[in-house]
Design a protein around this ligand. Structure first.
Ligand code: GH3
Ligand code: MG
Ligand code: MG
Ligand code: MG
Length: 308
């Protein structure tokens, strides 16, 4: 098997993070589970928290309770308190076998509780069930964050992402850029070509937007009716000008006929672009306001153009 295939195969599999201070326990559980799933291990709480909040988070955590420094209950509490890690299911695996202990673990938000010594087949079956539920939850979540007409991110995903990216940009000292993209004379388009063609136009514009954002962290979203927004982490004012022009040109190059437009004979967009270095006293709302004002300016100046 070549490297490419191995990577592809492991990407399709769900990931389990096993957290235990004992190397023997880590090895035993790892050996039991790594034939069916991708397994990561952590022998202390700090490493576990880092892996859980990374860009490649696990789908399930098997968590030991008694560990030096940070114990399992504390790790569970921290993970459940953060929006980014809250949805990762946790199963406690522990020698604490009193009903009280189990009740405490479950009350903290753990999805299951396995006491040692455990039966291998039972552990595997429980892990399998919880991973299957996780798969359905992920599917549901993805659907709820996707725009039904165009298939790109919806407004809800935009709102979640811009807040998270704003925080991250502030923390890392990076700028955050935003494009507001609005189709020119789209009411006329619907009137001239009908709503079916209007919907088809929206799909094509959305696809062109998504295809023209190059970095994995970029997000193209449907902001409202015929208005789209692009979140561009770590893009400067200079950079956002280039991207805005590229996006505008890409949509014009689709050459969707629009004889009822006063800006051109094909579908065009106006783009408001801005980039801000997040500061203590500014919030993400400022980014949206500035991009909105820039979009309004592009419209006022004649449409089919970018403004800042
Ligand atoms: P401007 O250049 O100033 O942006 O003019 P406009 O006509 O594009 O702007 P306006 O806001 O007046 O009209 C937006 C139109 O977009 C009105 C509405 O019928 C249409 N629209 C919004 N959502 C959808 C949709 O999901 N499908 C279709 N076909 N049309 C939509
Ligand atoms: Mg232990
Ligand atoms: Mg419009
Ligand atoms: Mg509009």
């Amino acid at each position: 098997m070549n490297e490419m295939n191995e990577t592809e195969e492991s990407e399709g599999r769900q990931t389990i993070l096993i957290v235990d201070d004992s190397p023997v326990n880590l090895q035993m559980l790892g050996k039991l589970l790594n034939d069916e799933w991708r397994v990561k291990v952590a022998n202390n709480g700090k490493t576990a928290l880092n892996i859980a909040s990374s860009d490649d988070p696990p789908d399930l955590i098997l968590l030991d309770v008694m560990m030096p420094e940070i114990d399992g209950y504390t790790i569970c509490r921290i993970l459940k308190a953060s929006p980014e890690t809250r949805d990762i299911p946790i199963i406690f695996v522990t020698a604490l076998n009193q009903a009280d202990d189990e009740a405490r673990g479950l009350a903290m938000g753990a999805i299951d509780y396995i006491t040692k010594p455990y039966n291998n087949a039972v552990v595997k079956a429980r892990v399998r069930n919880h991973l299957e539920l996780k798969l359905y939850r992920d599917l549901l979540k993805n659907t709820s964050l996707m725009d039904g007409l165009t298939g790109i991110a919806n407004r809800r995903r935009f709102d979640e992402t811009i807040q998270a990216e704003w925080k991250r940009a502030f923390r890392d000292g990076h700028p955050l850029a935003l494009l507001m993209v609005d189709i020119d004379f789209f009411k006329n388009f619907n009137d001239a070509y009908g709503h079916q063609m209007g919907d088809d136009c929206l799909r094509q514009v959305a696809l062109a937007l998504a295809q023209n954002l190059k970095r994995p962290g970029d997000l193209a979203a449907r902001y409202g009716g015929e208005e789209f927004a692009c979140i561009l982490p770590d893009v400067s004012t200079q950079g956002v000008k280039k991207i805005a022009q590229r996006v505008r040109m890409a949509i014009k190059s689709l050459r969707i006929p629009h004889e009822a437009s006063s800006a051109a004979t094909v579908v065009t967009v106006s783009v408001g672009a801005t980039s801000i270095m997040p500061g203590q006293e500014t919030g993400w709302e400022v980014l949206v306001e500035r991009a909105d004002q820039a979009l309004y300016k592009a419209k006022r100046q004649g449409r089919n153009q970018v403004a800042f």
